[in-house]
Design a protein. Structure first.
Length: 166
């Protein structure tokens, strides 16, 4: 055998050996198991659907000169104790949100929207209403960056004060 043919033979054997080791076919088998890292948990945001509240119902009192004694008693039972500071702050919210541009300066109503002097909602229903907009849509929807929870309670106190003074 010539020196050149031996060189080619050794060269081919070296390549076969390298390929068999690279493909896992040669050498000692490893007994260690590969370490798999646990799968990562990627949270997906989920949102709960909140059913919009219905538009507030304002009861119209047909008689403005004064009601019967029974209706006065009912109003006294349903009366909410007002905090003057909250009423004043609620007036500030009423003005800042420009509620008066549609509902009137004192809630008497304009040609754009009805009056809110006969306001009759619970505080929880009112806060839900201003968060969802109810059936009126987004023009009455205020997120907490425009109307905080305490601002909502203050605005509620102001609207109740309008109803009690009318």
């Amino acid at each position: 055998m010539t020196a050149l043919s031996r060189f080619y033979l050794l060269w081919c054997l070296a390549i076969v050996l390298i390929l068999s080791v690279a493909c896992g076919g040669g050498g000692a088998q490893s007994t260690a198991k590969p370490t798999d890292s646990p799968p990562t948990h990627t949270p997906f945001p989920t949102f709960a659907f909140v059913e919009p509240t219905k538009a507030p119902v304002f009861e119209q009192t047909g008689d403005e000169s004064g009601g019967s004694e029974a209706s006065a008693d009912d109003a006294a039972e349903g009366a909410i104790t007002l905090d003057p500071k909250k009423v004043e702050r609620g007036l500030g919210r009423y003005e800042a949100l420009a509620c008066g541009s549609c509902h009137g300066v004192a809630g008497e109503g304009t040609d754009k929207a009805g009056g809110i002097q006969d306001f009759a909602m619970s505080e929880d229903d009112f806060i839900t209403f201003v968060r969802t907009g109810g059936e009126l849509g987004t023009e009455h929807q205020y997120s907490t960056d425009r109307l905080s929870n305490s601002g909502s309670r203050n605005l509620y106190q102001y609207l109740v004060s309008l109803a009690q003074t009318s």
